[in-house]
Write a protein that binds this ligand. Structure first.
Ligand SMILES: [Zn+2]
Length: 387
């Protein structure tokens, strides 16, 4: 596919969603959602609020052509790589954990597979920007960041740019991270909802094939989302740290948070709408897709060109550093939530980020370095022992 055809397809996909959102939501609010495309060579997108708080929303999303071009090329290369994995090789055998070695869904042809990864990834990016706008994160950041710099006053929320002019620290960084995760949550909720709406439409797929097509689409979605965050991360895995700095959370941590949201919400919805996939199947499906993306990325895009499990999902609760990172995030979100609910423009309450009680208990139970037994030893020692 030529670059120009990729841009055309992206404009159609995003244009259709914009049109629908204007008809179903913005028109009722007396507002408008617009989309702008930029030619600047950036792997990025951003959201802008052009209206004042309390007035009908005039929202704008700006997407870079470079982002959609890169997503398409990554999707194409991923599929080619997966098809070329030699049978019975060590890499091939890694798939046995998931019950079979099928690496790409059989219900789509080659072009449909690339297209589905592409559409899933760019739609998710678009929904993430909508997430910022629905919750008016420009206003939230200005109110909660306790910062008097001009940067905090802006209504533009920039995304997916590897470098920033100003590296945020302290409260400003914390508020920025929290709003990013809240926008991710809205995006994923939107995405899952739209996916189910799509597959339950009898014109799209009939009853007999519904579960197979749904699992194919979930698999390709996780591939697309992984590629997006790997691209944002770069060739060296950024290791998680509990320190909150910069405008965005670690891309690999974001992926760790987002993928479970897919199977958690589909599992929950499955109790109401029978989509034919149980929790175990959903978890395996997402895990297998994440493995495929990790294999592709680490064996093609890193210096060593070998499988690097630091890119692989390990489960959010397994890393104390990530849990520690999430402690202030949860507290800050609790502080913000009442105000977010007040100014949120539209959307189901299920799109608001939430942390379950058991999750809260788990993260608050993490002992920070220096407060565990090692800290007591130090505190109990006479002062001169430090010399
Ligand atoms: Zn964002």
């Amino acid at each position: 596919m030529e670059d120009i055809e990729i841009y055309d397809l992206a404009s159609r996909v995003i244009g259709d969603i914009t049109h629908d959102l204007n008809e179903t939501t913005y028109a009722k609010l007396g507002g408008e959602l617009t989309i702008i495309w930029r030619e600047e060579k950036k792997f990025g997108a951003f959201a802008s609020t052009l209206s004042e708080a309390g007035k009908p929303p005039r929202h704008r999303v700006t997407m870079h052509y470079e982002l959609v071009r890169q997503v398409w090329r990554d999707a194409e290369n991923l599929c080619e790589f997966l098809r070329r994995i030699p049978e019975d090789s060590g890499v091939d055998k890694l798939y046995d954990f998931y019950g079979d070695r099928i690496k790409l869904p059989k219900c789509f042809d080659d072009e449909e597979i690339v297209k589905n990864i592409f559409v899933a990834a760019i739609t998710w990016v678009y929904f993430h920007e909508i997430g910022h706008l629905m919750q008016e994160h420009g206003v939230i950041r200005a109110e909660f960041a306790e910062c008097h710099s001009n940067a905090a006053q802006t209504t533009d929320i920039h995304d997916f740019e590897a470098s920033h002019d100003k590296r945020l620290i302290g409260r400003e960084a914390l508020v920025s991270h929290v709003t990013e995760l809240a926008a991710d949550f809205e995006a994923m909720h939107f995405y899952v909802f739209e996916l189910l709406r799509h597959v339950t439409d009898p014109d799209f797929v009939d009853d007999k094939k519904r579960t197979e097509v749904l699992s194919g689409l979930i698999y390709l979605m996780v591939c697309g989302l992984s590629l997006l965050f790997f691209r944002f991360n770069g060739s060296q895995p950024i290791l998680p740290t509990a320190v909150i700095e910069g405008s965005h959370p670690n891309p690999l941590v974001r992926l760790e948070i987002n993928v479970p949201q897919i199977f958690e919400s589909l599992d929950m919805i499955g109790k109401v709408i029978d989509h034919g996939l149980d929790r175990k199947q959903l978890v395996f499906l997402c895990g297998k897709a994440a493995l495929s993306a990790t294999l592709y990325w680490s064996m093609n895009k890193t210096e060593k060109h070998e499988f690097d499990d630091r890119f692989l999902l390990k489960g959010l609760l397994t890393n104390p550093v990530v849990l520690q990172y999430l402690q202030p995030i949860v507290t800050c979100w609790d502080e913000m939530l009442p105000r977010v609910k007040e100014i949120r423009r539209f959307g189901s309450p299920l799109g608001l980020m939430n942390f379950t009680d058991s999750f809260r208990k788990r993260i608050s139970g993490v002992i920070i370095w220096g407060h565990g037994p090692e800290g007591k030893i130090r505190a109990a020692s006479p002062p001169d022992a430090m010399a």
